[in-house]
Design a protein around this ligand. Sequence first.
Ligand SMILES: [Zn+2]
Length: 162
Amino acid sequence: MRIGQGFDVHKFAGDGPVKLGGISIDCDQGLLAHSDGDVVLHAICDAFLGAIGKGDIGVWFPDTAEEFAGADSARLLETVWAAVKAEEYELANLDVTVICQKPKINPHRAAMQERIATILAVPKSQVNIKATTTEGLGFTGRSEGIASMAAVLLVASNTASS
Ligand SMILES: [Zn+2]
Protein backbone atom coordinates (compact mmCIF):
# COMPACT_ATOMS: atom_id res chain seq x y z
CA MET A 1 0.00 0.00 0.00
CA ARG A 2 1.05 3.60 -0.59
CA ILE A 3 -0.27 6.76 1.06
CA GLY A 4 -0.12 10.30 -0.27
CA GLN A 5 -1.28 13.75 0.74
CA GLY A 6 -1.65 16.96 -1.21
CA PHE A 7 -2.33 20.60 -0.44
CA ASP A 8 -3.03 23.54 -2.73
CA VAL A 9 -4.07 27.18 -2.52
CA HIS A 10 -5.13 29.72 -5.11
CA LYS A 11 -6.08 33.31 -4.47
CA PHE A 12 -9.18 35.09 -5.64
CA ALA A 13 -8.82 37.56 -8.50
CA GLY A 14 -11.10 38.77 -11.24
CA ASP A 15 -14.57 37.49 -11.96
CA GLY A 16 -16.07 34.06 -11.25
CA PRO A 17 -17.05 31.34 -11.66
CA VAL A 18 -14.49 29.09 -9.97
CA LYS A 19 -13.50 25.59 -11.07
CA LEU A 20 -13.48 23.15 -8.14
CA GLY A 21 -13.33 19.38 -8.34
CA GLY A 22 -13.69 19.55 -12.10
CA ILE A 23 -16.96 21.47 -12.07
CA SER A 24 -17.76 25.13 -12.54
CA ILE A 25 -19.32 26.84 -9.51
CA ASP A 26 -20.84 30.31 -9.46
CA CYS A 27 -18.82 32.76 -7.39
CA ASP A 28 -18.43 36.53 -7.44
CA GLN A 29 -14.66 36.09 -7.87
CA GLY A 30 -12.47 33.72 -9.86
CA LEU A 31 -9.17 32.10 -8.89
CA LEU A 32 -5.81 33.38 -10.10
CA ALA A 33 -3.72 30.61 -11.65
CA HIS A 34 -1.66 29.60 -14.65
CA SER A 35 -4.12 26.72 -15.22
CA ASP A 36 -7.85 26.81 -14.48
CA GLY A 37 -6.97 27.13 -10.76
CA ASP A 38 -8.82 24.01 -9.62
CA VAL A 39 -7.32 23.67 -6.13
CA VAL A 40 -9.22 20.46 -5.50
CA LEU A 41 -7.86 18.59 -8.52
CA HIS A 42 -4.39 20.04 -7.88
CA ALA A 43 -4.37 18.73 -4.31
CA ILE A 44 -5.51 15.33 -5.61
CA CYS A 45 -2.72 15.32 -8.24
CA ASP A 46 -0.15 16.06 -5.52
CA ALA A 47 -1.55 13.32 -3.28
CA PHE A 48 -1.24 10.77 -6.09
CA LEU A 49 2.26 11.94 -7.03
CA GLY A 50 3.27 11.75 -3.38
CA ALA A 51 1.89 8.24 -3.07
CA ILE A 52 3.94 6.97 -6.00
CA GLY A 53 7.02 9.02 -5.06
CA LYS A 54 7.05 11.10 -8.25
CA GLY A 55 7.53 14.66 -7.04
CA ASP A 56 4.76 17.24 -7.32
CA ILE A 57 2.45 18.97 -9.73
CA GLY A 58 4.87 21.88 -10.23
CA VAL A 59 7.48 19.46 -11.56
CA TRP A 60 5.03 17.73 -13.88
CA PHE A 61 3.20 20.82 -15.13
CA PRO A 62 5.45 23.90 -14.72
CA ASP A 63 3.55 27.20 -14.48
CA THR A 64 6.14 28.67 -16.83
CA ALA A 65 5.12 26.26 -19.60
CA GLU A 66 2.89 27.81 -22.26
CA GLU A 67 1.23 24.46 -22.91
CA PHE A 68 -0.34 24.52 -19.44
CA ALA A 69 -1.69 28.09 -19.66
CA GLY A 70 -5.39 27.92 -18.83
CA ALA A 71 -5.11 24.14 -18.68
CA ASP A 72 -8.18 22.06 -17.81
CA SER A 73 -7.02 20.45 -14.58
CA ALA A 74 -9.05 17.34 -15.38
CA ARG A 75 -6.49 16.68 -18.12
CA LEU A 76 -3.65 17.11 -15.60
CA LEU A 77 -5.33 14.67 -13.21
CA GLU A 78 -5.83 12.17 -16.04
CA THR A 79 -2.09 12.34 -16.78
CA VAL A 80 -1.17 11.82 -13.13
CA TRP A 81 -3.70 9.00 -12.75
CA ALA A 82 -2.21 7.29 -15.81
CA ALA A 83 1.17 7.43 -14.06
CA VAL A 84 -0.36 5.81 -10.97
CA LYS A 85 -1.84 3.04 -13.12
CA ALA A 86 1.50 2.61 -14.92
CA GLU A 87 3.07 1.91 -11.52
CA GLU A 88 0.40 -0.80 -11.12
CA TYR A 89 -1.57 0.74 -8.28
CA GLU A 90 -5.31 1.00 -7.81
CA LEU A 91 -7.21 3.48 -5.69
CA ALA A 92 -8.38 2.29 -2.28
CA ASN A 93 -9.90 5.65 -1.39
CA LEU A 94 -9.50 9.38 -1.87
CA ASP A 95 -10.53 11.92 0.77
CA VAL A 96 -10.66 15.64 -0.01
CA THR A 97 -11.22 18.71 2.16
CA VAL A 98 -12.08 22.05 0.59
CA ILE A 99 -11.36 25.03 2.84
CA CYS A 100 -13.10 28.28 1.95
CA GLN A 101 -15.55 30.90 3.11
CA LYS A 102 -17.07 31.10 -0.38
CA PRO A 103 -18.55 29.66 -2.51
CA LYS A 104 -20.73 27.25 -0.52
CA ILE A 105 -19.42 23.76 -1.28
CA ASN A 106 -22.17 21.58 0.19
CA PRO A 107 -24.66 22.02 -2.69
CA HIS A 108 -21.93 20.89 -5.11
CA ARG A 109 -20.36 18.00 -3.19
CA ALA A 110 -22.22 15.26 -5.00
CA ALA A 111 -21.41 16.71 -8.42
CA MET A 112 -17.72 17.05 -7.50
CA GLN A 113 -17.63 13.48 -6.20
CA GLU A 114 -19.27 12.23 -9.39
CA ARG A 115 -16.93 14.23 -11.65
CA ILE A 116 -13.76 13.06 -9.87
CA ALA A 117 -14.93 9.43 -9.86
CA THR A 118 -15.62 9.76 -13.59
CA ILE A 119 -12.16 11.22 -14.33
CA LEU A 120 -10.53 8.33 -12.44
CA ALA A 121 -13.06 5.73 -13.64
CA VAL A 122 -13.58 4.49 -10.07
CA PRO A 123 -16.76 3.95 -8.03
CA LYS A 124 -18.09 7.06 -6.29
CA SER A 125 -17.77 5.21 -2.99
CA GLN A 126 -13.97 5.59 -3.26
CA VAL A 127 -14.17 9.39 -3.40
CA ASN A 128 -15.20 11.61 -0.49
CA ILE A 129 -15.53 15.39 -0.52
CA LYS A 130 -15.64 17.39 2.70
CA ALA A 131 -15.81 21.14 3.14
CA THR A 132 -15.10 23.51 5.96
CA THR A 133 -14.81 27.21 6.55
CA THR A 134 -12.21 28.60 8.91
CA GLU A 135 -14.89 30.58 10.74
CA GLY A 136 -13.68 33.85 9.30
CA LEU A 137 -10.07 33.31 10.38
CA GLY A 138 -6.99 33.49 8.19
CA PHE A 139 -6.73 34.02 4.44
CA THR A 140 -9.55 31.63 3.60
CA GLY A 141 -11.71 33.24 6.28
CA ARG A 142 -11.09 36.65 4.75
CA SER A 143 -12.11 35.17 1.37
CA GLU A 144 -8.70 35.91 -0.10
CA GLY A 145 -8.50 32.44 -1.60
CA ILE A 146 -9.44 28.77 -1.48
CA ALA A 147 -7.37 25.91 -0.06
CA SER A 148 -7.77 22.18 -0.50
CA MET A 149 -6.24 19.09 1.04
CA ALA A 150 -6.36 15.54 -0.29
CA ALA A 151 -5.30 12.16 1.05
CA VAL A 152 -5.13 8.98 -1.01
CA LEU A 153 -4.47 5.34 -0.30
CA LEU A 154 -3.26 3.15 -3.15
CA VAL A 155 -3.07 -0.63 -3.25
CA ALA A 156 -0.94 -2.66 -5.61
CA SER A 157 -3.06 -3.83 -8.56
CA ASN A 158 -2.14 -7.48 -8.04
CA THR A 159 -3.58 -7.39 -4.53
CA ALA A 160 -6.48 -5.02 -5.20
CA SER A 161 -9.03 -7.76 -5.74
CA SER A 162 -7.92 -10.07 -2.95
ZN1 LIG B 1 -2.96 24.78 -7.96
